[in-house]
Write a protein that binds this ligand. Structure first.
Ligand code: FES
Length: 159
C-alpha cells in the first residue's frame, strides 16, 4: 500500500506523548522549518526554534511565568517570549507616569507559534498558516540560515 502524503502544513506526527514529556524540549524539522516543542506544566507548545531577535537557541532558555503568561527566556539576550502566542514582552517604566512603577509591555507577536494536538498518545504539530510576516520567519529562510551560520562561527571562535 502506498503511503499517503502528508498535506502541506501537517498535522505532522512529532513523537509519542510520553517521550516528549520526558524530553521536556524537543527539536524537530517540519517542511524545512526548525521547531522547538516544549512540554511545561501539562501543556505542549510549539514555536520556531530560533529567537526572532538574533537567532538565540530557545531550547536552552528558562521558562518562567511572567505577567500571568508562561514565557521562554532566550538565553542570548534574555528577551521574553510567551509560549502560547509568541508575543514578546518586556518590563519598563513610563516616564510620564509618576511614581514610575515598572509594568509589562508587549511588542506584539514576534515568534511564530504552531498548533500542537494529541491523539491516543501521539503528538502532532500543524504549522502556522498565518500569512503575515512574523519576525522569527527570517531565521527560517535562506538569508537567515547564512546569518545563523555566521553567529555560530563567531561563537565557536570565542570558546
Ligand atoms: S537572540 Fe534572543 S534575545 Fe537576542
Amino acid at each position: 500500500m502506498q503511503e499517503k502524503e502528508q498535506p502541506t502544513g501537517g498535522p505532522h506526527f512529532v513523537g509519542k506523548k510520553d517521550e516528549l514529556i520526558e524530553a521536556k524540549r524537543s527539536f524537530r524539522t517540519l517542511e524545512g522549518r526548525d521547531l522547538l516543542i516544549v512540554h511545561h506544566q501539562g501543556v505542549f507548545y510549539a514555536m520556531d526554534s530560533y529567537c526572532y531577535h538574533a537567532a538565540g537557541m530557545l531550547q536552552n532558555g528558562d521558562i518562567e511565568e511572567l505577567d500571568g503568561k508562561m514565557c521562554i527566556i532566550c538565553p542570548k539576550h534574555k528577551y521574553k517570549i510567551t509560549l502560547a502566542e509568541g508575543e514578546a514582552i518586556y518590563k519598563g517604566t513610563n516616564p510620564l507616569v509618576k511614581p514610575s512603577v515598572p509594568i509589562w509591555y508587549s511588542k506584539g507577536v514576534k515568534q511564530r507559534v504552531h498548533t500542537v494536538t494529541e491523539t491516543n498518545g501521539d503528538v502532532y504539530v500543524k504549522l502556522s498558516e498565518d500569512k503575515s510576516w512574523i519576525e522569527s520567519d527570517f531565521y527560517q529562510g535562506e538569508k537567515g540560515k547564512v546569518e545563523r551560520a555566521k553567529v555560530e562561527a563567531a561563537e565557536k571562535k570565542k570558546t
